[in-house]
Design a protein around this ligand. Structure first.
Ligand SMILES: Cc1cc2nc3c(=O)[nH]c(=O)nc-3n(C[C@H](O)[C@H](O)[C@H](O)COP(=O)(O)OP(=O)(O)OC[C@H]3O[C@@H](n4cnc5c(N)ncnc54)[C@H](O)[C@@H]3O)c2cc1C
Length: 347
């Protein structure tokens, strides 16, 4: 029998940010990865404190941004890589009304650190009404982050590239196959619907597509452009544009109407030829009240869930991994807005 403090099931943002909490606290663990491309791996990597439709802040925006930036520095200490890309979001305005709304909101206490009062004219793209910069916004190098962390866990013998089999858990004895564990943390994203212990956790899939395109005219600024969706370079050749939102078409294939929507969206502000080179999609685990779901199983106190990260997997995943760790290890109560207890879970 191998003894571990934790088994983590799932290898997206929830799983990896929780793994980081375990690493910094010298806990032993293994992570199960079923080798599928997670929603996290197809995400854009946008780190954004502002809701860009209405120009309002995201919940606990400053705290979450600060915490993420610190955490990424800590991760850099053991992977040797910086995954934070300093390329602020520029939101292209549709009209003068949006400009005035932005300016008005930029005076609000909660937004003044985020909405830049000086507007910018961007090169190459159409921006007749200029663009507003979101201060403190950035991007995660998604590919680098997952490559670096998978590699780190693999080399330290903590990664198990297998599907976790729920029926092999003995909750009374705290064993799973040839492991004994103190706790299991389930971070399966939409895969949670297969989990007999947490299958009624109310997460709903929201399917998102992105495209990777070759642009005939390169964007000259080191920024992330937001118009309908996000546009930014992924390497010398390709740009990312996405992602869409769809709660209806939930099949596991590419949806042509989503691709069409992305093409149209890009053509609205990029007036030059481009070619689609790749299409990907994933399922965001979303919750009606737009808050993550974190907590302990009502009957089996060695089983925990970390899910519902929604459209903000990076900020939510990073910030609430610490809340969950403190809850399990230090008995610090969970914020009631994220606590699993707000829902009735059958045991
Ligand atoms: C197109 C798109 C763009 C996005 N852009 C952004 C963005 O820019 N910024 C942002 O913050 N968020 C973004 N998101 C949202 C973000 O991706 C999600 O919030 C996040 O991925 C959820 O992370 P998770 O770890 O809960 O789940 P997931 O990323 O889905 O990871 C769960 C993993 O667990 C594995 N798993 C499940 N069951 C088992 C099992 N039994 N055994 C082993 N492994 C198992 C799954 O295969 C999966 O790999 C985007 C999402 C999409 C789809």
């Amino acid at each position: 029998m191998k003894n571990v403090d934790y088994i983590i099931v799932g290898d997206g943002y929830a799983g990896f940010f929780f793994a980081h909490q375990l690493i910094r606290n010298n806990k032993t663990f293994v992570m199960f990865s079923e080798k599928k491309k997670s929603a996290s791996q197809v995400s854009a990597g946008i780190i954004n404190p502002v809701v860009l439709k209405k120009f309002t802040t995201f919940w606990k925006a400053q705290e979450q941004i600060d915490f993420l930036k610190n955490t990424l520095k800590e991760i850099e200490n053991y992977t040797g890589q910086n995954y934070l890309i300093d390329a602020p979001i520029h939101r292209i305005f549709h009209d003068e009304n949006e400009q005035s709304l932005w300016l008005k909101k930029s005076g609000n206490d909660d937004l003044l650190n985020f909405l830049d009062k000086n507007f910018d004219r961007l090169n190459v793209v159409k921006n007749d009404f200029l663009s507003g910069k979101v201060n403190q916004s950035a991007r995660l190098n998604v590919n680098g982050f997952f490559t670096g962390l998978f590699d780190f866990l693999d080399k330290s013998g903590k990664l198990i590239r297998e599907k976790f089999i729920y029926s092999d858990i003995d909750v009374e004895r705290s064993t799973y196959q040839d492991f004994t564990f103190k706790n299991i943390l389930f971070c399966e994203g939409m895969g949670v619907v297969q989990n007999p212990f947490f299958s009624d956790v109310p997460v709903n899939p929201n399917k998102g597509h992105h495209i990777k395109v070759e642009l005939s005219e390169k964007i000259t600024e080191n920024i992330t452009i937001k118009k309908k969706h996000f546009l930014f370079p992924v390497n010398d050749r390709l740009y990312f544009y996405g992602g869409t939102y769809d709660r209806e078409q939930l099949h596991h294939e590419i949806d042509e109407s989503a691709v069409e929507q992305l093409k149209k969206g890009l053509m609205e502000f990029y007036p030059h030829p481009f070619e689609i080179k790749d299409i990907n999609f994933g399922f965001r685990p979303t919750v009606k009240d737009r808050r993550p779901i974190i907590g302990r199983h009502p009957e089996h106190h060695n089983l925990y869930v970390f899910n519902g990260l929604g459209a903000r997997g990076i900020l939510n995943g990073c910030y609430f991994s610490k809340s969950l760790y403190d809850f399990i290890e230090n008995n610090i109560p969970l914020h009631e807005e994220v606590d699993l207890k707000r829902f009735i879970i059958k045991s």
